[in-house]
Write a protein that binds this ligand. Sequence first.
Ligand SMILES: Clc1cnc2c(Nc3ccc(N4CCOCC4)cc3)nc(-c3cccnc3)cn12
Length: 267
Amino acid sequence: KQPVFKQFQLGMFEVGRSLGKGKFGRVYLARERQTGFICALKVLHKNEIVQGRVEKQVCREIEIQSNLRHPNVLRFYGYFYDSKRIFLILEYAAKGELYKHLQKARRFSESRAAQYIAQMTSALRYLHSKRVIHRDIKPENILLGRHGELKMADFGWSVHAPSGRRITKCGTLDYLPPEMVDPRRCQNPYDEKIDLWSLGVLMYELLVGSAPFEDTPSMTQKRIARGDMKIPSFVSSEAKDLIRKRIPLEKVQQHPWIMKHCLAGEK
Ligand SMILES: Clc1cnc2c(Nc3ccc(N4CCOCC4)cc3)nc(-c3cccnc3)cn12
């Protein structure tokens, strides 16, 4: 039966520790008093949103998020606001940020990377089926659930880590495809192919530990436009094949490299 719709408000939650700092505020662990339900509370400061002139984006992102239901997309439960802040009630991702795990591991095994790419592909197929694109696929925007499952967590504004190299990568060019760094080839920048390109960059970064075109901003632009990427020899030939090609998402899940590592063998 449908739960009775209720107005959310701050008093309904016990707010716990800070999980991290966002661009427009912080994310806290929270528990809903009545049910004991654990969630994450993202607090956005209105004045910063107005100054950043992103109020339309915030509304659009809330609108989009409210309709998404997928195991690999961080769930959005609702929102409320007071005079100064907007609060987003989000699913708590118990294993935190993917890139923290990547930093610790330096790089992931092909099997672990393949699981993440398969889950990412599943999430992207779902989002594209809802005409939702350009989810800004970067390790910073990916969280891990209690069982280590991947959760796409970015909806338009990324959360900044408190420390580490990622600060320099905010607004990074690393993940942009050729058509976006090379104005001569400007085609409709916001279509699904963007996500395919970023998926390849993400796959490279999970396997190698750094982004393929990481360089000075101007060099990165040139290298992306030229597709000048070196893949280290420790990367298997099947993985190399998948990184280099921008194949449709449904083909990704049938790729030998994914099939080999993902026992489930996504349909
Ligand atoms: Cl939205 C949202 C839902 N869940 C989270 C989350 N979860 C989470 C879990 C566990 C740990 N820890 C696990 C033990 O070692 C210490 C870190 C951190 C974050 N973090 C962020 C976040 C945001 C910004 C910076 N950094 C983390 C946003 N989140």
